[in-house]
Ligand binder design. Structure first.
Ligand code: ZN
Length: 229
């Protein structure tokens, strides 16, 4: 398993500390399953999600690799004031345990909150944390799916979606899927509807099929929920 990991050198833009963090070699990874909300499960004895967040051991600054250097002087000062001495120095640069991975996501969410990062960014982190909880069958999965949905529904109204790394069709489909997973079937049906009517849907055959299938599924789930009451 260890040879799937390698060290990456990082420079912290907040405290200027140099540190190493593990990254996962993607070439040897073999896909076991793609889940309907885009989570990918691998056959290898490793979960790349554990290493998605870079954490500076010295000051606690945490972000995704893509966003790590994206911070200005003013934000650095805000962050130093907000976290400062509350952080206990510790390294996340070795093979991570579940709890270290969990903590890295919590820190990244906290930093994103303090720096008022985009909803698409926060949603992306929150979704991955929900996937981590799913792996251990934790009820916290639902909590973070709900948080993700709040971010993404808001993002759809107000932000440039492509910043999330997702195209708009994928995002609206995902909003359907997340609503369905937390039992909000009517909302799910609406989002699948938006997905299927999207002008770009013709280029997204897989999502089109899934959205149709799950639109029907959500209708069934909604009807059986009504019967249950
Ligand atoms: Zn730092």
């Amino acid at each position: 398993m260890e040879n799937l990991l390698y060290d990456k050198d990082c420079n912290c833009p907040v405290c200027k500390n140099k540190f190493k963090t593990k990254k996962v070699r993607t070439r040897p990874l073999r896909i076991k399953k793609r889940e309907d909300d885009f989570n990918v499960i691998y056959k290898n004895d490793i979960n790349p999600l554990y290493y998605y967040i870079f954490v500076c051991p010295k000051c606690g600054y945490s972000a995704t690799e893509k966003e790590f250097q994206n911070i200005n002087k003013e934000q650095v000062n805000i962050l130093k004031k907000a976290i400062g001495s509350k952080w206990n120095e510790r390294s996340f640069g070795n093979k991570r345990t579940f709890h270290e991975a969990e903590e890295s996501y919590k820190m990244a969410l906290l930093v994103a909150q303090i720096l008022n990062k985009s909803k698409t960014y926060k949603g992306g982190i929150s979704l991955r944390l929900a996937w981590l909880y799913r792996e251990i069958n934790s009820s916290k999965e639902q909590e973070f799916l709900k948080h993700t949905l709040e971010c993404f529904e808001d993002a759809y109204e107000k932000e440039r979606v492509e910043e999330s790394g997702l195209d708009e069709v994928s995002l609206v489909y995902l909003n359907g899927e997340l609503n369905r997973k937390i039992g909000k079937y009517q909302e799910a049906i609406q989002w699948y509807g938006i997905t299927l009517e999207h002008p770009d849907i013709k280029n997204k055959r897989q999502i089109q099929l899934k959205a149709r299938e799950h639109w029907r599924l959500a209708k069934e789930q909604y009807n059986s929920q009504k019967v249950a009451y």
